[in-house]
Write a protein that binds this ligand. Structure first.
Ligand code: ZN
Length: 130
């Protein structure tokens, strides 16, 4: 296993994939890319990025600490993108349905969510569950 590969599931090195988005070197071109970068931020327990990539109207600042704590408490396994609507380069909104798998106390679990993404200041951000 190559640990430099991005945990988002694309066969690309982290630094050239979600890592570049995390460092604001490049923007997420699609809602799906933003979603992938948020999943990877969960695997890294990167609370700052999780807040930054959240729409300002729904940003859960008061929950940041508990989100980071939870993200660290599980073992992230993989992200599966199930379906997307819109969310492309020329769209202003879109949805991404995904499953994020993790192990908790050795037991495989997953989050299954259909998320809504919109643009804020011309960047894709997570708005919330559909
Ligand atoms: Zn990635």
């Amino acid at each position: 296993m190559n640990f430099d590969l991005c945990p988002c599931g694309k066969n690309i090195e982290y630094n050239n994939c979600c890592g570049a988005i995390h460092l604001s070197k490049v923007k997420a071109v699609t809602a799906e890319n933003l979603m992938r970068s948020r999943y990877v931020a969960f695997t890294l327990a990167d609370g700052d990025y999780l807040m930054k990539s959240h729409h300002s109207s729904t940003r859960p600042l008061s929950e940041k600490k508990s989100i980071v704590k939870w993200a660290k408490s599980v073992e992230w396994v993989k992200l599966e993108i199930i379906n997307t609507t819109k969310g492309l380069e020329n769209d202003t909104e879109g949805t991404v349905e995904f499953k994020a798998y993790f192990k908790r106390k050795g037991e495989l679990q997953f989050i299954h969510e259909n998320s809504t993404f919109v643009r804020e200041e011309n960047k894709w951000v997570y708005l919330g569950m559909k």
